[in-house]
Write a protein that binds this ligand. Structure first.
Ligand code: GLV
Ligand code: MG
Length: 320
């Protein structure tokens, strides 16, 4: 291991991230009742230009009046991009007026580290100016060719940055990729056309202690294809995926929860290696397979996720 190590910036359970347009407050109650781990109230692409200002007001009211956190929700607002004139008021109004009830800000279409830096500086000033005690983390959407080209330096852009999300729809637009459905696979490509991008983003995330989250899958009438996409992302190391429809929440929660047999085996690996260590051995055998310190690190990852999910379930049960 290098002497330089980046610990996870912030551990949160983020198997499902439900996208809810800020312009549609009728959906807020349903979002509260859902099993989503994370909810992002959107000011960006799901909101039409004429609705931006009322959506901001709806979101501020919802953050302040709905008991999201008591119901186990992590609350995020997706602001408008830095190339729009809405962005500064999104940050100023939401943080000034609802900063105590906001967990993270999701910054879309991040292209360079300075995009994150600007939001960090604004949030820091508003928190200090308004004496807001609540910490507000940052998340960045990697969804442009520029953002993906700079993903490694964006991952190091701010100590407030907790997660990167792969925004496949805008990424496809930015790259002029040929798509059939948002996040789906084009049969003209022999394999997964998103593999290289997600893989690169996950590596950048893990290098610098960030969560890696896979973005939307547009065809909500096909749970099978959603599950396939989510599994591909999970295999690469993503810890969650967006739900753009309530029916996708349970699918994401399921795919990104380690199965009980995997958790059981991970715990047995840790015990077997502890026993081996007590006898002065670095490696051991379990179920006919060799295991060593690397197996322990993989097993510990599984156990950490399983414990965090179990703790969240307990907390939610108490709140219900
Ligand atoms: C999400 O914002 C996307 O563009 O996929
Ligand atoms: Mg987008």
């Amino acid at each position: 291991m290098s002497f330089t190590q980046y610990k996870p910036v912030k551990t949160r359970v983020q198997r499902s991230t439900l996208a809810v347009p800020g312009s549609n407050p009728a959906m807020f109650a349903k979002a509260l009742e859902s099993d989503a781990d994370f909810i992002f109230l959107d000011l960006e692409d799901a909101v039409a230009p004429n609705d931006k200002v009322p959506a901001r007001e709806n979101i501020i009211k919802a953050l302040n009046e709905i008991p999201w956190r008591a119901r186990g929700k992590t609350m995020c607002v997706r602001i408008n991009g830095l190339d729009t004139h809405w962005m500064y008021r999104d940050v100023v109004d939401v943080v000034e007026q609802a900063g105590e009830n906001l967990d993270t800000i999701l910054i879309p279409k991040v292209g360079v580290p300075g995009d994150v830096y600007m939001v960090e500086a604004m949030v820091a000033q508003i928190r200090e100016g308004r004496n807001i005690q609540n910490e507000i983390g940052l998340e960045a959407l990697i969804e442009t060719a520029l953002g993906m080209s700079n993903v490694e330096i964006i991952a190091q852009s701010s100590r407030k940055l907790e997660a990167l999300h792969f925004g496949v729809a805008d990424f496809a637009a930015s790259r002029r990729s040929r798509t059939v459905v948002i996040g789906g696979l084009n049969p003209d490509y022999p394999g997964d056309q998103w593999h290289a991008a997600i893989d690169r983003m996950v590596t950048a995330c893990r290098a610098y202690g960030l969560r890696a989250i896979d973005g939307p899958f547009g065809d909500f009438s096909s749970p099978e294809d959603y599950i396939k996409g989510a599994k591909r992302a999970a295999v690469l190391g993503c810890e969650g995926k967006w739900a753009i429809h309530p029916s996708q929440i349970a699918l994401a929660n399921d795919v990104f929860s380690p199965p009980p047999a995997e958790v059981d085996r991970a715990r047995r690996i840790l015990i077997a290696l502890e026993e081996a260590a007590a006898q002065g051995k670095g490696a051991a055998s379990l179920d006919g397979r060799m295991i060593d310190a690397a197996s322990a690190r993989m097993a510990q990852n599984v156990v950490t996720v399983a414990d965090a999910i179990a703790a969240k379930a307990t907390q939610n049960a108490k709140a219900a």
